[in-house]
Design a protein around this ligand. Structure first.
Ligand code: ZN
Length: 370
């Protein structure tokens, strides 16, 4: 637990206070209610420092006192401190669906309090920006606590600055949503597969320090968490596995190339919609898609030596037999030792992983909670 909380040490003395604040919040997020004395041990600072940080957090309404410990140790019981879930709310938006723009108000524990959304109704480009801005306005009005920030998860390539470089399906190039939304509330933007990975890291159960999320919807994206940190690469394009060319003679892809990985995954998934009702045909198409995905990710997983694989996407896809086909295809292409450790499972959050990941991004950027 101590190693998970610590993360990177403070860079300079003036950062120390902010760092300690983040460490206390991260410790409470990961470990639940804790006494001040225990916090001091967990984050390796003096009890006086913890008391001072907790005093500030209490004044900010971010933590609360939660009664006293049952006497686990010698001495008088200590007062427990915990994150106050309603200390701040986050507005989260998920743009990964072609049908709707999903939105929610999420508390500091990752609980979805209110959902609201808009039909996409074929909106792309500027008209989609208008839909997002409108939904943001509504969500900001729905928050029942001071708003910590707005988190937006989008398909496509998000630059480190938060500008959406290209999102082909949304007809967006160089879109600065923070500028479009305006106002004083911080806006953070993340790729949808990376959002799903952040949701697992921040709100998932289990000790998910190393994991790969594969997001399968109209495209294929991956989110990598290594040693407890989301890796997006130097340009922010890390994980764009869907447009790796598997077969240059393959079918044309929306990116302009031929035979990208995602064409081999999305074609059978699209075909299954036309065969709805024919369970045998649908299963065969899901197996075909899963096998193609497994072939595409085997090298990545083997190179990273990460066997914890979480698949995110439509609820009817992310199930057996699709998951079994992914697992079998990866196992068939990797060493036995690796295949034995391989665990391919669905996201813990049904269809809310991307939305929760957008909220998790805000918790990380604004408070250091992850
Ligand atoms: Zn492509």
């Amino acid at each position: 637990l101590r190693a998970r909380i610590a993360g990177t040490p403070s860079a300079s003395p003036e950062d120390a206070r902010r760092t300690n604040r983040s460490l206390v919040l991260r410790a409470l997020h990961l470990g639940g209610p804790t006494s001040r004395a225990e916090l001091a041990k967990l984050i390796s600072v003096t009890p006086a420092t913890v008391s001072s940080v907790v005093r500030d957090l209490l004044a900010d309404g971010l933590v609360e006192e939660l009664g006293r410990t049952t006497a686990r140790t010698v001495g008088k019981p200590a007062t427990m401190v915990g994150i106050r879930p309603d200390g701040r709310h986050v507005a989260a938006i998920d743009l990964s669906s072609d049908h709707q723009v999903a939105g929610a108000i999420v508390d500091l524990n990752g609980k979805v309090l209110i959902r609201s959304g808009r039909d996409r109704a074929d909106a792309v480009g500027d008209s989609l920006i208008a839909v997002v801005v409108d939904l943001c306005d509504e969500l900001c009005g729905l928050a029942g606590a001071p708003l910590l920030g707005i988190g937006i998860a989008t398909p496509g390539y998000v630059e480190p600055s938060g500008i959406i470089g290209t999102a082909t399906r949304l007809h967006w190039t160089g879109v600065d949503l923070a500028a479009e939304i305006g106002g004083d509330v911080p806006v953070h933007v993340v790729n949808d597969a990376n959002a799903s990975a952040l949701a697992e890291l921040t709100f998932g159960d289990g000790d998910n320090r190393d994991l790969v999320v594969i997001r399968v919807d109209e495209g294929v994206g991956t989110g990598l968490v290594l040693d407890g940190v989301l890796h997006v690469g130097r340009s922010g394009g890390g994980g764009e596995l869907g447009h790796v060319v598997i077969d240059p003679q393959g079918p044309p892809c929306e990116c302009g190339k031929r035979g990208c990985l995602e064409t081999f995954v999305s074609a059978p998934l699209a075909a299954r919609r036309d065969r709805a009702g024919d369970a045998v045909a649908v299963d065969a198409l899901l197996v075909e898609a899963g096998a193609a995905l497994g072939r595409g990710v085997a090298i990545l997983l083997s190179a990273l030596d990460v066997g914890d694989v979480i698949v995110s996407g439509a609820v009817d896809v992310v199930d057996e037999p699709f998951l079994a086909a992914v697992r079998d295809a990866v196992a068939a292409r990797t060493l036995t030792d690796f295949a034995d450790r391989l665990d391919v499972r669905p996201t813990s959050f049904l269809d809310a992983d991307v939305l929760l990941g957008a909220a998790a991004l805000v918790l990380d950027r604004e408070l250091g909670i992850r």
